[in-house]
Design a protein around this ligand. Structure first.
Ligand code: AVJ
Length: 319
């Protein structure tokens, strides 16, 4: 019989007021909506589809790096570790790392309890040697984890997918500082980040031929219609993703095709034809800049691996 190896830790902050947050973003001169609103169930499925697109090199490249260097990562970090993932391990990436590292305990941290538990259960079904401590937390905020985890001697934090790029650089700096605090001195942190490159390559990755990214972007409107009773009509918007070279980031926008007045959560919002709602930043970094930010946060860089094209980087940092 399989041993029961799942423990759950609930430490969610008070639910944020979605309506207030949305109305605040739409009241700004540049209207904005928070990128986390992409990820309802349909949005998560669309994101999965994005990761398989020919133009979206990020996921494929990072998986290649993990396949190539997982053994070395495991040798550096050593046996008997606790692996903490910022986000829940639904993907192939965490499986590659678990298989290479064989940690004593895996701690996925995610804000969505359902998603977290489903992902944990799938891993337990496949790895009978694994113990999982599922932490339902908002990792973008300051964290407190159970003492048995905080005091573990060998910790490896894992933050894949260039999710760091969704933060602005000052937010990313603050995030790294918090991670360093949570993991403590001597611990490792494995960070996967998309790098600066030719704008045409970047723009293609966010403007795929099949229109999956456009559907993903517009899904935010659908999600808001369902959760806030907002009156968005997807047909009256078009997807745009452009590279902002000054800020080294892909920006996704939804552009209004017509003059329109929307009812969002009981408030009237006017949009001019051609006006945009900014839905996402995806910041691209130079490896030197990442190292510098890591150092400011109290990490030393132990290794940096990139692919042959220099598209994506995995950094192994140590606190
Ligand atoms: C998972 C947030 C890193 O920014 O590339 C994919 C999300 N947006 N296509 C990214 C995304 C449009 C992705 N992140």
């Amino acid at each position: 019989m399989k041993r029961q190896a799942l423990q759950v830790f609930d430490h969610l902050p008070a639910p944020l007021d979605l309506r207030e947050e949305v109305l605040k973003g739409l009241a700004q001169r540049q209207k904005t909506l928070p990128a986390k609103l992409f990820y309802d169930e349909r949005g998560s499925r669309l994101f999965e589809a994005i990761t398989a697109l020919p133009e979206y090199y990020l996921t494929r490249t990072e998986i290649g790096l993990l396949r190539q260097h997982g053994g070395e990562i495991a040798r550096i970090v050593g046996a008997g570790s606790v692996l903490l993932e910022y986000g829940a391990g639904a993907s192939l990436k965490i499986r590659l790392l678990l298989e290479a590292l064989r940690p004593d305990c895996y701690v996925p941290m995610d804000i969505s309890r359902e998603f977290l538990l489903a992902a944990a259960q799938r891993l337990l079904d496949d790895y009978d040697w694994l113990s999982i401590y599922a932490a339902c937390v908002d990792y973008s905020q300051a964290l407190s984890l159970p003492r048995q985890i905080e005091q573990a001697e060998r910790k490896l934090g894992f933050f894949p997918g260039s999710s760091l790029g969704n933060f602005t650089p000052p937010e990313a700096q603050q995030f790294l500082q918090r991670v360093r605090q949570t993991l403590g001195r001597g611990s490792y942190f494995l960070l996967g980040v998309d790098l600066e490159k030719n704008a045409a390559v970047l723009e293609a990755a966010y403007n795929d031929q099949q229109g999956v990214t456009a559907a993903f972007n517009k899904n935010m409107l659908r999600h808001l219609n369902q959760t806030l009773g907002a009156g968005f009509d997807e047909q009256r918007f078009r997807h745009e993703a452009r590279y902002n070279s000054e800020q080294s980031r892909i920006e996704m926008h939804l552009i209004s095709e017509v003059d329109q007045v929307l009812n969002v959560g009981g408030r009237q919002i006017a949009l001019r034809k051609g006006e945009s709602i900014h839905t996402e930043n995806s910041c691209k970094y130079h490896p030197d800049r990442l190292q510098q930010m890591a150092q400011t946060a109290g990490f030393d860089t132990r290794r940096i691996w990139t692919d042959e094209r220099g598209y994506f980087a995995l950094l192994l940092l140590q606190g």
